[in-house]
Write a protein that binds this ligand. Structure first.
Ligand code: AMP
Ligand code: ZN
Ligand code: FE
Ligand code: FE
Length: 299
């Protein structure tokens, strides 16, 4: 699904940049893959990755749209994982989207997400709010529904005035309709991505406050850290660039765009330098685990 040598070399140009963290309507984003690519092209991106939560359903359409627009496409997914007390998001890149084991695991986690939606709706109903579960699934219209879909359905049915109100009243951690999510172990997520031929990257560590688990993740095979992210300031990016240097990892970055944010698409706010993408593609093409270096650094 990735481009040839010409586009890889083009990514080395000093003005080439990428967004490697994007969500579509196939999880809780509001843009179709084609709309994301249209924005990416307008903004001058050379490469895009699709990283929907626990699904690769949108990758085929995104690949076709990128090819038509002359952009490099990197298939991806954002897996919900845990290590100890921490919920972590592990980004997978460049794997075979048809890999049977990966797809079997994703199907399992999609079922978990769907059951969780049913449980959240039941709790909301018990509180006297007649939200229709079928309406949530119709609105989500994807295999990996999440809390934002419940929030949107609550707003559309007039039960809440805004998405924020829906999260505050019902859906935030420890609110009455919050249901914890079964997650895969971080090591399992990394192995799943590796056996499908991809690289595994820790998403937005600045949001998770989990620096103490980084050595364990590296020992489990982590290949990279998302240093650049919409919600990472310059100091946060610098902190994770230091971890990257310490362990010999890849650097990634992206906007984590889910659609419009305060009336504007979030894509465009983070521009990952093309040379980082080139390194990521070299790691994928070589099949040489970046972690062979990283594991030595941990010992
Ligand atoms: P889930 O994966 O179902 O637990 O949903 C997580 C998603 O909900 C995240 O990707 C956020 O975009 C969104 N989210 C979490 N908390 C809030 C909040 N307080 N307001 C709006 N969106 C939120
Ligand atoms: Zn999301
Ligand atoms: Fe995330
Ligand atoms: Fe994300």
């Amino acid at each position: 699904m990735s481009g040839g040598n010409a586009s890889r070399n083009a990514l080395r140009g000093s003005k080439m940049f990428a967004d490697l963290h994007l969500h579509s309507v196939f999880s809780d984003g509001t843009f179709t893959p084609e709309e994301i690519v249209a924005h990416g092209r307008r903004l001058g991106f050379a490469a895009l990755a699709l990283t929907d939560h626990d699904t690769v359903e949108g990758c085929a359409r995104m690949a076709a749209a990128c090819a038509a627009a002359g952009l490099e496409f990197i298939p991806g997914a954002e897996l919900t994982a845990e290590l100890g007390e921490h919920e972590l998001h592990i980004l997978g890149y460049g794997f075979d989207v048809t890999d049977a084991r990966l797809n079997a695991a994703l199907t399992e986690f999609q079922a978990v997400r769907q059951n969780r939606i049913r449980e959240m709706v039941a709790r909301i109903n018990q509180l006297g709010v007649p939200l229709d579960g079928a309406a949530v699934f119709a609105l989500a219209n994807c295999r990996a529904p999440g809390r934002p879909h419940v929030a949107r359905a609550l707003v559309e049915a007039g039960h809440c005035g805004s998405l924020d109100e829906a999260f505050e009243r019902f859906l935030k951690r420890h609110r009455p309709a919050w249901v914890p999510k079964a997650k895969m172990a971080a090591r399992e997520a990394i192995q799943l991505i590796h056996q499908a031929g991809g690289v595994a990257v820790l998403a937005h560590p600045g949001l998770n406050q989990c620096d103490e688990v980084i050595p364990a993740l590296v020992a489990a095979g982590l290949d990279g850290i998302e240093c650049y992210h919409t919600r990472h300031g310059a100091g946060t990016a610098a902190r994770y660039l230091n971890f990257v240097r310490q362990y010999g990892l890849l650097v990634t970055g992206g906007s984590d765009c889910h659609g419009l944010n305060k009336g504007r698409p979030l894509i465009g706010g983070v521009k990952l330098a093309g040379h980082y993408v080139h390194k990521l593609q070299k790691a994928l093409a070589g099949g040489v685990r970046v972690t062979a270096v990283a594991e030595r650094a941990v010992k």
